[in-house]
Design a protein. Structure first.
Length: 128
């Protein structure tokens, strides 16, 4: 699994949460799009958790590039943006799902499991 997130605290939070909920999961980390592409080339992670706002690119654009080069990689957008426009763009880019950061503790692990099982679009993380 690859976490693509520019904020170190959020990366650490995601890593710790996933390790607790999904023990044994190998987790790689990237702080920007260039690192994410490099890690995808070298390690071919099965799942990428993608932030939208990155210092060198937009995560939705990066998702599209990753899916074009590595169609077998499942990308889930993890973002602070909760509007339907972001979800629609993520889906169009090839993301398997979208989780709002405000709901990561509730929605992230089920979203990862759902995406790994069906590789289809899943709409978790709706604001409630």
């Amino acid at each position: 699994m690859l976490i693509v997130e520019d904020e170190p605290m959020m990366r650490a939070t995601l890593r710790q949460f996933i390790q607790e909920e999904m023990p044994g999961q190998r987790i790689l980390e990237a702080a920007d799009g260039a690192q994410a592409i490099e890690l995808c080339v070298l390690h071919r992670p099965r799942v990428v958790l993608m932030d939208v706002n990155l210092p060198d690119t937009n995560g939705i654009t990066l998702t599209e590039g990753i899916k074009r080069k590595f169609p077998d990689i499942t990308v889930i957008i993890v973002s602070s943006h909760v509007g339907s426009t972001y979800r629609e763009h993520a889906k169009a880019a090839g993301a398997a799902g979208y989780v709002a950061k405000e709901h990561i503790f509730r929605d992230l692990v089920p979203e990862i499991r759902r995406a790994l099982q069906c590789d289809g679009w899943a709409e978790g993380g709706r604001a409630s």
